[in-house]
Write a protein that binds this ligand. Structure first.
Ligand SMILES: Nc1ncnc2c1ncn2[C@@H]1O[C@H](COP(=O)(O)OP(=O)(O)OP(=O)(O)O)[C@@H](O)[C@H]1O
Ligand SMILES: [Mg+2]
Length: 217
């Protein structure tokens, strides 16, 4: 039963504009999406490093790290709160759980952007509808969708965590690209040719986009 009608948004005494003026740049969400092992973590961390070196405020929200904390799975919650609680609140990889995972991350990323931070997110985020609803929740220009486009054959060959191997062996069910769909963005702000180019070059493309779109100068 929803019992949240008495929860009201409280306006901040420091505005986003004031925070952005202090930082000297815009806050926004740079949302990397693509298959496992396409290079989201690698490229977003390179971009983060380049931004940081320029004295800009940036931060990477990364898939596995968030699933260790905010979006912990049932296994992690069970130890602390018992089975029933873990079942209710732990997030797995079903379509509904993936949707909730992305919804929470979108909400956190939006808060980071509001704090004036160049917020990079590195999640497979396979479903178009979930990404679109985060875009719709944000102001025009605040959501930069970056499709890290590497063919599945390339990702499967890289397979640094051995996940494709497990998925092919049937040890992981519902793995994106194998037995769960990946829906590429219809109109991403940027497409990175991640099967052919080096990660460093791709990071430079992201920086160039942020410059040309006036997010950073
Ligand atoms: N452009 C690239 N060219 C060649 N290798 C790359 C490139 N980008 C990343 N890699 C390598 O591919 C592997 C997977 O990269 P990464 O961990 O960044 O993928 P990911 O998209 O974050 O995957 P996941 O969704 O599973 O977290 C790593 O070993 C990384 O070094
Ligand atoms: Mg990653």
């Amino acid at each position: 039963m929803a019992n949240d009608t008495n929860v009201h948004w409280h306006e901040h005494s420091v505005t986003r504009k004031e925070r952005e003026e202090l930082n000297g740049h815009r806050g926004c969400v740079i949302w990397f999406t693509g298959l496992s092992a396409c290079g989201k973590s690698t490229v977003s961390n390179l971009v983060d490093h380049k931004l940081h070196k320029r004295g800009l405020r940036s931060y990477v929200l990364d898939g596995d790290n968030v699933r260790h904390g905010l979006n912990a799975g049932p296994g992690m919650l069970k130890e602390r709160h018992g089975e029933e609680f873990a079942k209710r609140f732990g997030l797995g990889f079903s379509a509904q759980d993936r949707e909730e995972n992305i919804r929470r991350i979108g909400a956190v990323a939006k808060l980071f952007a509001d704090a004036g931070v160049l917020t990079l997110t590195a999640f497979i985020s396979p479903y178009r509808r979930d990404r679109d609803s985060i875009r719709e929740s944000m102001s025009e220009g605040d959501f930069v969708e970056v499709f890290v486009d590497a063919p599945i054959e390339v990702c499967e060959k890289r397979d640094p965590k051995g996940l494709y191997k497990k998925a092919r062996a049937g040890e992981i069910k519902g793995f994106t690209g194998i037995d769960d769909p990946y829906e590429p963005p219809a109109k991403p702000e940027l497409v990175l040719d991640a099967g052919a180019k080096e990660a460093e070059a791709l990071a430079d493309e992201v920086i160039a986009y942020l410059e040309s779109s006036g997010k950073i100068s």
